[in-house]
Ligand binder design. Structure first.
Ligand SMILES: N[C@@H](CCC(=O)N[C@@H](CS)C(=O)NCC(=O)O)C(=O)O
Length: 203
């Protein structure tokens, strides 16, 4: 059985959401988002940096949320969440799938560091401001891509699980401005999905 190592309010929610969308059976190792769990020797054996998500599948143990999504789709069930290589939507699918960790998450990580993780006296308003502007800029092309579409490539896909989850987190942090109405509607649309609701209520 698949076993997901996760902590609340993190990227691990993507994998929970994916498993719920695909209705695959899984087991959860719910840890606290705290160094006592994430940096324990036991967890560092699963992930050398003590991060989540990590997925175990028999003898396989894999980390990196995007890699885990690809792994589950390829080895377990794709549920129509990935267009075929010959589909005209395939290049855009790949682009948005990777835009998540490549362009959206780096400034979001900086924002989290300078609003939550660092003690107040070590937070840098200049760095925070730069990251907020960068995140806002990175989200504009997503808002444009969603013009006239419900999901990133039209139909719901695993790109929505990756980038949609990052948009959900951006919105929760107040980083989706009013000039991005498509993106705001998109976040409402994905959060209304039953599988997302189940995943978010568990995390
Ligand atoms: N690129 C990795 C990022 C993993 C990552 O940084 N996860 C965060 C949670 S969202 C984490 O474990 N943070 C704990 C820490 O930095 O100590 C992925 O997509 O899985």
């Amino acid at each position: 059985m698949l076993k997901l190592h996760f902590a609340p309010q993190s990227r691990a929610g993507r994998i929970l959401w994916l498993l719920e969308e695909l209705q695959l059976p899984y087991e959860l190792n719910a840890m606290a988002f705290h160094p006592k769990d994430l940096k324990s020797d036991e967890h560092r054996e699963r992930h050398p940096l003590g991060r989540i998500p990590v997925l175990d599948d028999g003898d396989v143990s894999i980390y990196e949320s995007g890699a885990i999504v690809e792994y589950v789709l390829a080895r377990h069930k794709d549920g129509g969440l990935k267009p075929g290589v010959d589909s005209p939507m395939f290049p855009e699918y790949l682009q948005w799938f990777h835009y998540c960790e490549g362009m959206v998450m780096p400034p979001m990580n900086t924002i989290v560091v300078h609003t939550i993780l660092l003690p107040e006296d070590r937070r840098a308003p200049v760095v925070l401001g730069q990251a907020q502007r960068l995140l806002n800029k990175a989200l504009h092309p997503v808002n444009e891509a969603l013009e006239g579409r419900d999901y990133l490539i039209g139909d719901f896909s695993a790109a929505d699980i990756m980038l949609g989850h990052a948009c959900f987190m951006s919105n929760r942090m107040g980083c989706i401005s009013d000039d991005m109405p498509n993106l705001k509607a998109y976040v409402e649309r994905i959060t209304a999905r039953p599988a997302f609701q189940t995943a978010i209520n568990m995390s």
